[in-house]
Design a protein around this ligand. Structure first.
Ligand code: HEC
Ligand code: HEC
Ligand code: HEC
Ligand code: HEC
Length: 362
């Protein structure tokens, strides 16, 4: 498998040469955000070796999502919640333990247990959610199942926590605070607010930007709303249809979802054309040292002749901050700007084209 090509933002600007000047417009980078950028630069160098590993991690060719986790059907919940288990089984949550990048990184650690807390956690509701998750003992639920159903739903006394508190003879149900509008970001943030290894704690950006106060939530973007029966008991049949959420977490490997992270607009300024790329995610992009995006833009006049072109490379060092934007300056007053963007994802051997767009200008 080919190593993912990586270029520094400086080299990229140089490569674009005289035709375009690339400027990173940082609109609202707080002092804390730049402190964590420094932190991420340090860990980038350290962890580079860990994450650049080519591996046999099978990904579906069309969109790069992982194939289904083997043995997902063995989970007890699968007996009645098979649709949800199936959705979950293609996520990196299901793969969190078997992920060969993770396994490879572990093999170099003296205390690998210190990593297991988020990759194979004890049910989070059995501990204190404001501190780092604790690894689960290997049995009864094997590490193999990664961030599993019990990690998020099992509460004290064997109660299953969810948004509605609906139970069943298989398990009693209770409404859990982390599934209500007040607490709905806590669960995700427990694992996603820490910068560790190749990972950037994106939930911190979300918190610093006051996104929850503006009505946004992690699940609001990452888990699509579904109206359906959440359970089908083999004997009793389907449960009542209700509003719930898909467990097929939307992530950077879904091209359409990924493209939603970037709001594009173009305008004329002093004889040039400025393409602006706004961050519309709930946190910086990207959030992983081994992920990068390459934008390319071409300015055309009314006859379709090229006026200028430019590129922008974004990785965890040149990230677009939460609520921030980057821009590409193109020569000439374009009538049309053609934009493409490619995603270099860890474990995928070629760039994935996730965005193609044309903007017309007056
Ligand atoms: C605080 C929770 C947490 C802990 C502890 C943790 N991780 Fe992770 N890890 C994550 C999250 C969250 C992701 C996924 C981030 C993403 O996809 O943007 C991840 C993903 C990874 C990946 C996959 C990245 C890739 O390039 O495919 C590797 C490798 C990894 N972690 C290694 C480690 C190692 C090594 C340790 C122990 C030093 C560790 N992790 C401990 C939360 C954690
Ligand atoms: C024998 C069938 C069966 C099994 C096995 C089962 N469940 Fe359920 N579960 C149900 C039914 C039925 C409901 C009620 C659904 C409803 O009324 O909307 C339910 C409800 C839920 C809810 C929603 C609670 C709410 O807030 O409304 C969650 C979460 C849940 N189950 C998780 C699990 C997990 C995790 C497992 C595995 C550890 C599991 N279930 C195993 C049948 C089952
Ligand atoms: C127990 C810890 C834990 C919790 C809780 C958790 N995650 Fe994750 N999440 C992880 C780990 C670990 C990975 C990456 C595993 C890997 O790549 O090896 C990950 C990966 C992801 C990814 C990247 C997907 C991709 O395709 O690369 C997204 C998005 C995500 N999580 C969102 C969420 C959201 C939203 C919630 C709350 C509903 C949540 N997570 C709860 C640990 C957690
Ligand atoms: C407004 C929508 C939105 C909200 C709110 C949001 N995200 Fe995201 N998230 C995105 C988009 C779009 C991407 C894809 C861009 C990317 O991967 O950098 C993404 C990517 C991610 C990734 C993968 C980052 C990477 O590059 O590997 C993780 C992990 C994640 N989100 C977790 C969270 C968590 C946890 C929360 C809540 C604290 C949250 N997100 C809130 C839209 C959102």
């Amino acid at each position: 498998m080919k190593k993912i090509k990586r270029r520094s933002p400086i080299a990229c600007i140089a490569a674009a040469g005289g035709t375009a000047l690339i400027a990173l417009v940082v609109q609202s980078l707080s002092a804390q955000a730049s402190a964590s950028a420094g932190e991420s630069r340090a860990s980038f160098a350290r962890e580079q070796a860990d994450t650049e590993v080519a591996s046999g991690y099978e990904r579906q060719a069309d969109d790069g999502r992982p194939n289904s986790l083997e043995r997902a059907g063995e989970l007890e919940c699968n007996r009645c919640h098979s649709t949800i288990v199936e959705e979950w089984s293609t996520t990196t949550h299901a793969m969190a333990w078997v992920d060969p990048h993770y396994q490879k990184a572990l093999s170099k650690k003296r205390r690998p247990e210190s990593c297991h807390g988020c990759h194979s956690p004890k049910p989070l509701h059995l501990g204190d959610m404001s501190s780092k998750p604790i690894p689960r003992p290997k049995l009864p639920e094997e590490w193999h199942f990664g961030v599993s159903s019990n990690s998020c739903h099992l509460g004290p006394g064997g109660l299953i926590l969810g948004p509605g508190g609906h139970g069943h003879e298989a398990h009693a149900g209770k409404q859990g605070r982390s599934f209500t509008p007040e607490g709905r970001n806590d669960l995700c943030s427990a694992c996603h607010r820490t910068t560790i290894g190749p990972v950037i704690g994106v939930a911190k950006d979300f918190e610093l930007a006051g996104k929850a106060e503006k009505g946004q939530s992690c699940v609001g973007c990452h888990m699509t709303v579904e109206f359906r029966s959440s359970a089908v008991d083999p004997e009793l049949g389907p449960s009542p249809e209700r509003v719930g959420r898909s467990h097929r977490i939307n992530g950077p490997l879904d091209n359409e979802f990924l493209s939603e992270a970037f709001g594009l607009s173009a305008e004329h300024q002093a004889g040039k054309t400025i393409l602006r790329i706004r961050n519309e995610a709930g946190h910086r992009v990207p959030g992983l040292t081994s992920r990068s995006f390459e934008f390319a833009a071409v300015a055309l006049d009314g006859e379709g002749s090229e006026l200028g072109r430019g590129e922008l490379y974004v990785d965890s060092r040149s990230f677009i901050p939460v609520d921030g934007a980057a821009s590409i300056e193109l020569d000439g007053k374009a009538a049309q700007v053609q934009i493409t963007a490619d995603h270099n994802a860890p474990g995928v051997d070629r760039p994935i084209r996730f965005l193609e767009r044309i903007i017309e200008l007056p």
